[in-house]
Design a binder for this molecule. Structure first.
Ligand code: DHB
Length: 395
């Protein structure tokens, strides 16, 4: 059989692409080796940029983000035991929305089902073939065994690798450059059953290290603290976790977290990664398959959605006969990727501490934070980056 676009990976990037293509009259098949249950219960990011919300709503994928998402006008940077608010609305006229990635996934999967989209979860033995030949005009094939054990071999005009940071499709990009950076930090992430402690996000730098106070619902909260990449979650009792978090947000203002039972604990490693180019022949990469950012600044999911918005536009041009469309995608997407790489790196290094930090390092970072929050231009720059950049237009 055949399809216009074979999509490897049915997470938010793959599903959003499939949805946008369907609206443009382009057919696709999306496959994922993970099952629906696994993807929908893997806790990931929580913050959507303004344009990510617009994309979900305007494309008809999801209205729930408007009723159940929580719009935030800003964030708080906390250091020296004080809050320093960054008012996005006032500084750049934009907001962000707290809406978990798991909900984005569920909404997109529902929209694909509603519209008769072809999405296969829990496939096995999936591969793509003939990618090298596609530079000579051949077509790639996407092969997989579906959840019922039936074998498929689908000829595609284009294959999109949206298969996440451990991407298999990426291995087909011959001559690729992999740009990589590791960090001596990780996050200890928890979900807890407690009322919210604050109505926006708090990014805190303290002598004991980083902490991020986020939310999920009225009754469930999401929090993280900086830890070593080889931290053992089982060494952390609820009491020990709460003490660590409380210490990292404590200050003269008496701010305290609302505590409750901890229902999930995970350690999240940090890395920065970009694969260039994001295209080889008739294969293009999107989302984490092409780039990973450390989580500070909440760029990962937003970057993936921004990729597929541009990719859907360029695939429309491709199927209208524009030969440069796939290259144009790679170039337009990459321009945003490097801005996000810098911003995520900057937020991360400014807010985290390691045992090796000298007192000089520590005070220099506090100087950086002071300088940032005391400057309206500094705050506005952070607000611009955090709420998201406009796309470079087509052509
Ligand atoms: C969340 C995650 C992030 O990486 C971030 O910067 C802000 C919030 C979250 O899971 O809520």
């Amino acid at each position: 059989s055949r399809t216009q676009v074979g999509i490897v990976g049915a997470g938010p990037a793959g599903l959003m692409l499939s949805h946008l293509l369907a609206r443009a009259g382009i057919d696709s098949v999306a496959v994922d080796t993970r099952d629906y249950e696994t993807i929908s219960t893997t806790h990931r990011a929580g913050i959507l940029e303004h344009d990510s919300v617009r994309l979900l709503v305007d494309s008809g994928a999801c209205d729930r983000v408007l009723t159940e998402g929580r719009e935030h006008d800003g964030i708080s940077l906390r250091f020296n035991g004080e809050h320093h608010r960054i008012d996005f609305q006032e500084l750049v006229g934009a907001t962000t929305t707290l809406y978990p990635q798991t909900d984005v996934f569920v909404d997109l999967a529902k929209a694909r089902e509603r519209d008769g989209g072809d999405v296969r979860f829990a496939v096995t033995d999936s591969d793509i073939t003939d990618v090298r030949a596609t530079t000579d005009g051949e077509r790639p094939r996407m092969r997989f065994t579906d959840a019922d054990g039936e074998r498929h071999d689908i000829e595609c005009d284009v294959v999109v690798g949206a298969d996440g940071s451990r991407s298999v499709t990426r291995q087909h990009v011959e001559g690729r450059e992999e740009l990589f950076r590791s960090y001596p930090y990780a996050w200890f992430g928890i979900l807890c059953e407690a009322p919210q402690s604050y109505d926006e996000l708090i990014y805190s730098r303290s002598e004991r290290g980083f902490a991020l106070i986020s939310q999920r619902t009225d009754k469930v909260q999401r929090m993280y603290f900086g830890c070593s990449p080889d931290e053992d979650v089982d060494a952390w009792s609820d009491d020990r976790i709460w003490e660590e978090l409380q210490t990292r947000v404590a200050g003269e203002d008496g701010f305290e977290l609302q505590q409750g039972p901890i229902i999930e604990k995970t350690v999240l490693p940090f890395r920065s990664f970009v694969c260039e180019p994001m295209r080889y022949g008739r294969l293009v990469l999107a989302g984490d398959a092409a780039h990973t950012v450390p989580p500070t600044g909440a760029k990962g999911l937003n970057l993936a959605l921004a990729d597929v918005r541009v990719l859907a536009e360029e695939l429309e041009r491709f199927f209208a006969g524009k030969d440069d469309a796939l290259d144009a995608y790679a170039e337009r997407a990459l321009a945003r990727v490097w801005r996000a790489q810098h911003f995520s790196y900057w937020m991360t290094t400014m807010l985290h501490t390691t045992e090796e930090d000298s007192d000089f390092d520590d005070r220099r970072h506090l100087g950086e934070l002071e300088s940032l929050v005391s400057s309206e231009n500094g705050r506005a720059w952070l607000a611009e980056c955090y709420t998201g950049w406009p796309n470079k237009p087509a052509g």
